[in-house]
Design a protein around this ligand. Structure first.
Ligand code: SF4
Length: 349
């Protein structure tokens, strides 16, 4: 007889759990207890649900599985950054990064939303992998929970911020991204302020508009990396169908609808996007709404010809933007020695 495929219980809403409990002739409050075990206490097996009867736990076991992610490898960089690799229930691997900044009391987790990525940005290691599948909301949520444990153990401090900037394009896994935000921010889950969460996108105009309409209260970062369409088309193929003017219109809408923070990520590549003319174009993209630019040092990856800008060029670029009154920060890259830096996540050992 063919084995029955069990459902991942964390795909059930509380209402669906209530219906299931009812069908099993269990009182409705049992559904609430199960839900709490799954999200608040992060049970990874039904045996851990000790306030349920043995009979109910066996019924759960017969019907469901809990597809938690499992820590597979962790590496610590010289600068304190941790890169963690997780195995998913079907054997795929993903990575998350913990970026501690103790002097500012800031402990940020960078989470992945897809296995691989379909957008093939020219400078990105993840983009060289095929997109295999979207992550479930629970798999995004698990990354937070497990990295939070590492943060508490290693630094004696819980996570303070979440960026959706790991493997994959969050807005192309929209439903699960939104649901994971709900799990992180709701009382049912971890009750984190959405102001501490940033969704980073390569730029999908209609999904930015949708995010504004749904408004989960999070901040938005656009991975810009070039300030005109011609250059952006060369490094980010998604720009061919989502031009800068379409993106700016979507961001204006996001700003007007939500008032949430917007930032631009801009990796500086030597002789490609680091001239004064580039800085002027970048500045002109900042006049539509309040925006902060994070200029990021490039981390070379194998098989890619880009070179990072020199320190002097980067300083000149930054000075020029500042002289125009632009809010900006230069981010020296973190976790380079363990391939945990921006654009380097590719499940390497
Ligand atoms: S930079 Fe982001 S969107 Fe582009 S290929 Fe890499 S993971 Fe995908």
């Amino acid at each position: 007889m063919a084995e029955t495929v069990k459902t991942d219980i964390r795909k059930y809403s509380l209402d669906e759990l209530k219906l299931w409990a009812q069908a099993q002739k269990e009182p409705a409050f049992r559904a609430k207890q199960i839900d709490e075990w799954l999200w608040k206490k992060r049970a990874v097996s039904f045996d851990q649900m000790t306030n349920l009867s043995k009979g109910l736990r066996e019924k759960l076991e017969d019907h469901f599985v809990i597809n938690s992610i499992v820590l597979d490898m962790q590496q610590r960089s010289e600068d304190g950054t941790f890169k963690c690799r997780f195995t998913l229930h079907d054997g795929f691997k993903i990575e998350s990064v913990l970026i501690p900044v103790p002097k500012d009391n800031r402990y940020t987790v960078c989470v992945s939303t897809q296995v691989g990525c379909s957008l093939s940005c020219a400078f990105c290691a993840t983009g060289q992998m095929k997109r295999m599948r979207n992550l479930d909301a629970s798999e995004i949520y698990d990354q937070y929970v497990l990295i939070n444990e590492i943060s508490e153990k290693e630094f004696g401090h819980p996570l303070t911020n979440v960026v959706y900037m790991g493997m994959g394009e969050p807005l192309l896994n929209y439903k699960n991204t939104l649901q994971s935000i709900h799990l992180l921010t709701s009382e049912k889950g971890l009750n984190i302020s959405p102001k501490r969460i940033t969704i980073s996108t390569a730029g999908i105009a209609k999904m930015i508009t949708k995010l504004a309409d749904d408004n989960p209260g999070v901040n938005l970062a656009l991975s810009l990396h070039a300030a005109d369409d011609e250059k952006r088309n060369k490094i980010m193929p998604i720009n061919e169908t989502n031009t800068l003017s379409a993106l700016i219109d979507a961001l204006i809408y996001f700003h007007q609808t939500t008032g949430n923070k917007i930032s631009y990520e801009y990796i500086a590549f030597k002789d490609f996007n680091d001239t004064i003319e580039d800085a002027n174009k970048l500045a002109s993209l900042c006049r539509h709404f309040p925006v902060r630019i994070n200029v990021i040092e490039y981390n070379p990856i194998p098989g890619v010809t880009f070179v990072k800008s020199s320190k002097d060029t980067l300083d000149r670029f930054a000075r020029h933007l500042k002289s125009k009154g632009i809010m900006m920060t230069v981010r020296r890259s973190r976790g380079k020695d363990i391939d945990a830096a921006c654009g380097q996540l590719a499940n390497q050992d």
